[in-house]
Design a protein around this ligand. Structure first.
Ligand code: IPM
Ligand code: MG
Length: 390
């Protein structure tokens, strides 16, 4: 029986509730599909920081590096100045573990309510791949004359050819497995330095993937096209900040932040990947049982797919989709079930096993399982891969 070593970082706000629900589903999947999860609960987040002053430490990094994957809840708390935990922990992890690809499916599952009138699930089935370690997120810049009327703020965006190539190449590989369409989203008419580097990279790699059609859309136009004609898109690749913004829009279209899942992938095998819902810690509703845990549950499914547990991952996705279709509302008191009850219901369905209809359209779960199997997994691989580049 396979054992997967998974570090669990529940974090703040609704993080612990949604993670508990996801862990119940994970346990059900393990007993039904024959694997075990060796869980290490890792204290981190606002309370831990206020008590110890610690964010991302060298010891924690060393410890987490020995795990096969990381399941993450949410981080952020009104008691801590905004950005401290987000930059000091989440971004630190993405960079330290070279989680270079942030994969965010935008799939409207059958039966899930969308605010876009007339949108159907067949028309909304895409994946956004966000570069996850560079761009404006590197935290480079400075302010002179701070706090005076002459303040000058410089905020840099760093784009390396190697970093861009890494996510673009992965995007081509994914597009090749799907409907064969890759769209670069940028603002190359204005951000000409970065935009040229991104466009040249896509252009140069395109010859290696003749079966993939390449397209380009400005990020502002994307905010128009994505809600109205999502069928135009299959795989979308973009930079860190644009990706942050358009994936929230994508989340709305597919039923809200409660449902949207993500994978922060280390694709060179040098460190664990991290899986988290797209939503934040939502401290205003923490402890009420109002949070929808399905974003975290679907992120757990992606985690299992990445670890090679394809059937378990597909079962979790299918059970989640069935449950979602039965909810009268996708979050809050009107959801009709508490966070924990949603977890119990999905876990119970997974335990029954084997009887799920295939979800129509493209399967990111299958793609992740296949793409992960083309590179070795596990801690041994991490030491075997030589360090090259950022
Ligand atoms: C996300 C979040 C994060 C980001 C924050 C919490 C640092 O918004 O994962 O999209 O900006 O990347
Ligand atoms: Mg975001």
């Amino acid at each position: 029986m396979n054992t997967h070593r998974i570090a669990v970082i529940a974090g703040d706000g609704i993080g612990p509730e949604v993670v508990e629900a996801a862990l119940e589903v994970l346990a059900a999947a393990g007993s039904t599909y024959g694997f075990s999860a060796d869980l290490q609960r890792t204290p981190a987040g606002a309370q831990h920081y206020l008590r110890t002053g610690e964010l991302w430490t060298a010891e924690l990094e060393e410890n987490l590096r020995t795990h096969d994957a990381i399941l993450f809840g949410a981080m952020g708390d009104p008691a801590v100045e905004p950005g401290v935990l987000e930059r000091g922990f989440i971004l630190a992890m993405r960079q330290a573990f070279r989680q270079a690809v942030n994969l965010r499916p935008v799939k409207l599952y059958p039966g899930v309510a969308t605010p876009i009138v007339g949108l159907t699930s067949e028309r909304c089935d895409l994946v956004i791949l966000r570069e996850n370690t560079e761009g404006a997120y590197v935290g480079r810049g400075s302010t002179v004359h701070a706090g005076t009327p002459h303040a000058v703020a410089v905020q840099e965006s760093i784009n390396t050819r190697a970093g861009v190539e890494r996510v673009v190449d992965y995007s081509f590989r994914l597009a090749e497995r799907r409907r064969g369409r890759l769209t670069l989203v940028h603002k190359k008419n204005i951000l000409i330095e970065a935009g040229t580097l991104w466009q040249d990279t896509v252009h140069d790699l395109a010859s290696r993937y003749p079966a993939v059609d390449v397209d380009y859309v400005h990020v502002d136009a994307m905010c128009f096209h994505l809600p109205l004609t999502p069928e135009r898109f299959d795989v979308v690749v973009t930079d860190n900040l644009f990706g942050d913004i358009i994936t929230d829009l994508g989340a709305v279209i597919q039923g809200g932040l409660g449902v949207a899942a993500s994978a922060n992938l280390n694709i060179d095998g040098t460190a664990p990947s991290m899986f988290e819902a797209i939503h934040g810690s939502a401290p205003d509703i923490a402890g009420k049982g109002w949070a929808n845990p399905t974003g975290t549950v679907l992120s757990t499914a992606m985690c299992l797919a990445h670890l090679g547990e394809r059937d378990a991952a597909l079962a979790i996705e299918a059970a989640t989709v069935d449950l979602l279709a039965s909810l009268p509302a996708l979050s809050g008191a009107a959801m009709g079930m508490s966070t924990a009850e949603v977890g119990h219901a999905i876990a119970a369905a997974v335990r029954k096993g084997g009887s799920f209809a295939r979800i129509p359209g493209q399967s990111v779960i299958e793609d992740l399982a296949e793409m992960a199997s083309s590179t070795p997994r596990g801690t041994s691989r991490r030491t075997a891969v030589s360090e090259g580049g950022p």
